[in-house]
Design a protein around this ligand. Structure first.
Ligand code: C5P
Length: 324
């Protein structure tokens, strides 16, 4: 648990699913050029930053989420984010970060990047820096390709290695069922497998996939979006974790509009027609995969934002009622 005394800020940052993930050629810097469409989902990480003399971290999983794969040392992305911001802004001292994880670890949903985004916003507020979203996103890009999106949220096209963002008009909320895997997949390993499959003669992808996703989002039509979902890393993720093919098949057989591996996997995202449909789909899939492995989520949601503490006068205000 976070220390209870001293100044404290809690920030929530979202998971992401890639509605489209087009992988271009390998660049000289070891990254691939991407054209991707991110959507921020209601599955989230909450990071509480508490003033402290040194940098320290604690982690807990929400709803039985397995957090054993999360590094607790200096390689943790939230800690690296706090240290980077302190260095950048000339802040002395440290911070204690408590991470409540709701996003699967190494699951292709940018949980670690959400931690970094949340830590940047939380420390910016705790230290009274007021750097602004663009400056934080620039720092975030040094930590990972998905961190700027964790800060911005909503739905966005990402180019470059995924860190250059532009907003996409979306007229509806979409409802998802996520099937988690027991283990994680290494992102570099999945990109490398994608390169290997391509070198072995994988066919070229069809054109105009970005336009199809944009049209579906603008129409707010889950059916159209289901038909437009595409992920160039999916074949590579399935090659490294063949069970995913069965998960995708089970999702479609249960009535999902479409199923896709999320990012580099291994989480599978199943698109539903509506919120009741997502709930039904999840209920049907829990006996198949186990309750711990099936979650529902909706998107788009905002990027990393401060959660206001609930003050006691609001809790007892007769016109406002219970804000929770
Ligand atoms: O930026 P991030 O830390 O998430 O990247 C992790 C790894 O994933 C990179 O080191 C690289 O191997 C791979 N990657 C890539 N092309 C991208 C993003 C990530 O090859 N656009």
């Amino acid at each position: 648990m976070p220390p209870s005394s001293g100044a404290q800020v809690t920030v929530r940052a979202p998971a992401k699913v890639n509605l489209l993930l087009e992988v271009g050629p390998l660049r000289d810097d070891g990254f691939h050029d991407l054209v991707t469409v991110f959507q921020a989902l209601s599955l989230a990480e909450d990071v509480t930053a508490t003033a402290a003399d040194v940098f320290a971290l604690s982690v807990e999983g929400v709803d039985g989420l397995d957090v054993s794969g999360v590094p607790l040392d200096g390689s943790n992305l939230a800690l690296r984010a706090a240290r980077l911001l302190a260095r950048h802004a000339g802040v002395g001292g440290g911070v204690h970060l408590h991470v409540r994880k709701g996003v699967p670890v190494a699951g292709g949903m940018a949980g670690g990047s959400a931690d970094a985004a949340a830590a940047l916003v939380a420390c910016d507020a705790l230290w009274g820096l007021h750097l602004g979203l663009d400056a934080l996103a620039e720092l975030g890009a040094e930590l990972g390709s998905d961190v700027p999106f964790g800060l911005h949220g909503r739905t966005a096209v990402g180019t470059g290695r995924g860190e250059r963002l532009s907003r996409v008009l979306t007229t509806a909320t979409f409802h998802w069922v996520l099937v988690l895997s027991d283990g994680g997949l290494s992102t570099p390993a999945v990109f490398a497998e994608c390169d290997r499959l391509r070198a072995a003669g994988e066919p070229d992808p069809p054109p105009d996939r970005l336009r199809a996703v944009e049209v579906a989002l603008r129409a707010g039509d889950p059916q159209l979006l289901g038909a437009a979902l595409a992920n160039d890393l999916q074949a590579a993720a399935c090659s490294l974790a063949p069970d995913l093919l069965g998960t995708l098949g089970a999702g479609r057989a249960a009535g999902a509009l479409a199923g896709i591996v999320s990012g580099s996997g291994p989480t599978v995202a199943l698109l539903a027609r509506s919120l009741p449909h997502a709930r039904q789909l999840a209920a049907d899939l829990r006996p198949v995969f186990g309750a711990d492995r099936v979650r529902t989520a909706s998107g788009p949601v905002p990027g990393a934002r401060v959660l206001e503490p609930v003050s006691s006068h609001l809790l007892h205000h007769p016109e406002i009622g219970d804000p929770l």
